[in-house]
Design a protein around this ligand. Structure first.
Ligand code: F0G
Length: 357
């Protein structure tokens, strides 16, 4: 028997016909995408059952977040234009992704991060991939303002989601969900920070439907953290504050994209407290063995609420995006686990004692 090699070469190659690329585009890829869609029956059972929940585990992308989908396209298009320097503001994941793809494209990468406000794993990534890492004495919104100003000089290529090709790349996750499920879900839950991703998902679900590849479009349910919920509260937040550092954003760039996705899909944008986020964060690790970062647990906290309020009709197919890997933020994980290792002598008896045997 002859084995036929079947390699996944990333989202640009796979979904080229839906993306702004040509044969002249140099593809800078780390084989991102093709992430698992995992059914989370135990989590649903703990909520009383009644619907199917499928989690798109985007933490299994090459830099461990969904950002790689948009970044492969942003850096490829920057390379096509001959850019030498890419820059972004970030709460951590965008900077990790930009740094990795820029390294591969032999470009200089500059990342602006809010000082002391990004998870340790993400900082390690930016430094390891060799990005010029600048800690701003200010928050993400201040960093993005500076990046916009620098972008206007024409000296650098901005790879935040204000660069429209980022959104184009990120919409491929919606395509994959439909491909993996064999249909579009009834509801799609996701976290909302700078609001690029909710904009991207809605575009992806709409395009697949318009292409005749699905027979429906999901209702989009986005969730912000209560301390950083400008869209829900209806005004920018000057000092956003949440344990979900990835979405600690007071003035989202794609605000209109988020409200549009909500309006057009008959969706909902709500907010959940840090306590609810951490409960969902710990719960999904323990019920289904899926370790995500706190921001990624935000839609699960929203789902717990919606299920309790009876907003998910029986038999619904629900998807949620798990945007980033849990290992990104070891500090919050160890704090939230509420347990410490037992330290014992290196004997069988000592271990048996801990086991209660
Ligand atoms: N989840 C994670 C893990 C994120 O890193 C982000 C955004 C979001 C959700 C929200 O997505 O901004 O498109 O609404 N992180 C950006 C960053 C801001 O700099 O890494 P969004």
């Amino acid at each position: 028997m002859q084995l036929t090699p079947k390699r996944w070469n990333g989202v640009i190659e796979h979904y080229a016909r839906f993306l702004p690329v040509t044969d002249a585009t140099p593809v800078i890829s780390l084989s991102e995408g093709n992430t698992p869609l995992i059914r989370a029956d135990n989590f649903v059972a703990a909520l009383g059952g009644g619907f199917e929940l499928w989690l798109k585990y985007e933490g299994l992308n090459p830099t461990c977040s969904f950002k790689d989908r948009g970044m492969t396209l942003a850096v490829s298009k920057a390379a096509e234009r001959g850019a030498k320097v890419v820059i972004c503001a970030s709460t951590g994941n965008t900077s990790a992704s930009a740094a990795a793809y820029a390294a591969r494209a032999k470009m200089k990468c500059v990342v602006l991060i809010p000082e002391g406000k990004i998870a340790l794993g993400k900082l390690a990534q930016a430094l390891m991939y060799g990005a010029v890492t600048v800690s701003i004495r200010g928050n993400f919104d201040a960093a993005l303002r500076i990046v916009r100003e620098l972008g206007e000089t024409g000296l650098v290529e901005v790879v935040n989601s204000i660069n429209p090709v980022r959104i184009e790349g990120q919409k491929t996750a919606a395509f994959e969900i439909c491909d993996q499920l064999g249909r579009a879900p009834d509801f799609h839950f996701l976290p909302v920070g700078n609001a690029g991703n909710i904009t991207a998902y809605w575009r992806g679900f709409k395009e697949y439907h318009a292409a005749g590849l699905t027979d429906r479009r999901p209702r989009i349910f986005g969730f912000q953290a209560a301390g950083a919920a400008p869209i829900v509260d209806g005004h920018p937040i000057t000092h956003p504050c949440t344990v979900a550092s990835a979405i600690n954003i007071g003035h989202p760039a794609s605000w209109a994209g988020a409200t549009n996705a909500c309006a057009e899909s008959d969706g909902f944008i709500g907010k959940v407290t840090d306590e609810e986020i951490l409960t969902a964060y710990k719960m999904i690790a323990r019920t289904d063995g899926i370790f995500v970062e706190p921001a990624s647990a935000t839609p699960l906290a929203g789902l717990i609420r919606c299920a309790r309020e009876g907003r998910i009709p029986t038999g619904s197919i629900v998807t949620a995006i798990m945007t980033g890997h849990g290992l990104k933020d070891p500090d919050t994980a160890i704090r939230t686990a509420g347990a410490e290792p037992f330290v014992v002598d290196a004997t069988r008896e000592a271990v048996m004692q801990v086991m209660g045997l």
